[in-house]
Design a protein around this ligand. Structure first.
Ligand code: 6PG
Length: 245
């Protein structure tokens, strides 16, 4: 049963990033030896990543046990300006004491199909099984962006829905992309969309009403399911929680 989406509206993008940073700390501060964090790409999360790379947030995160994954990647070299790995590396990972072996970038060499299959194996090795158990999510935290067309990760409108057993797919775009599947993205204790800007108004309104024509509305989230949005993106909806400002 998918969880119901809790939308918090904050006054501006900076407050969205601060609220999301506090939320990440809340959900990373869990017992256990490992915390699996899936990052998203695009431009919105940069502000969040910069906050997490600096105190007070940096000091509150258990970097030694955090494992970083990506929800999607553009099939470009990791030093390419469009790389989601490069975004995280330059705004967060270069500034925190995360063990290098805990950083799991999506491969972008060879073919997109082979890269997707390879990352699926990385995820299954980390998880310790080839089938996801609803009682034991793959991730502790999943961060997601929202495109103006309602896409999330690299799951775009009109794409066929991957089979439930598939955790990572190659997406035929220019450049090609690798994306986690809805099943993998939904296998998380806590997930949050970061949505900023008036251009996201329509997509956020669709997400809020559960319009399953939008890939973002088709993620089968089982755990805590949040959206942190700024007022410009949330013009057409009402906050379901007092945005902390
Ligand atoms: C990507 C992201 C993608 C992104 C949305 C929103 O690789 O681009 O995974 O899903 O989150 O397109 O992008 P912005 O944050 O730039 O609006």
């Amino acid at each position: 049963m998918a969880a119901s989406l809790m939308i918090e509206v904050l006054d501006d993008p900076d407050l969205v990033a601060r609220r999301a940073a506090d939320w990440v700390i809340e959900h990373a501060s869990v017992p256990g030896e490992r915390v699996a964090l899936a990052l998203c790409g695009g431009s919105t999360p940069r502000a969040l990543y910069c906050l997490l790379a600096n105190d007070p947030w940096r000091a509150q995160l258990p970097w030694q046990k955090i494992h970083v994954f990506w929800g999607d990647e553009r099939f470009v070299p990791h030093d390419h300006p469009d790389s989601n790995f490069r975004l995280a590396q330059q705004s967060l990972l270069d500034y925190v004491p995360i063990p290098p072996d805990n950083v799991h970038p999506i491969p972008t060499r060879g073919t997109p199909q082979a890269a997707a299959a390879s990352y699926q194996e990385v995820l299954r090795r980390y998880y310790g099984a080839a089938r996801l158990d609803p009682e034991r999510p793959l991730f502790d935290i999943v961060l997601l962006g929202l495109g103006a067309d309602g896409h999330t990760a690299s799951l775009f409108p009109g794409m066929p829905t991957p089979e439930p057993g598939v955790w990572a797919i190659a997406v035929d775009r220019e450049p090609p992309r690798i994306s986690l599947s809805p099943t993998a993205l939904g296998s998380s204790r806590a997930s949050a969309f970061l949505v900023v800007g008036a251009d996201k108004r329509g997509a956020l309104a669709g997400l809020a009403r559960g319009d399953t024509r939008l890939p973002a509305a088709r993620i089968p989230a089982a755990g805590e399911w949040r959206c942190f949005a700024d007022a410009a993106a949330a013009t057409d909806i009402h906050s379901q929680a007092e945005g902390r400002s």
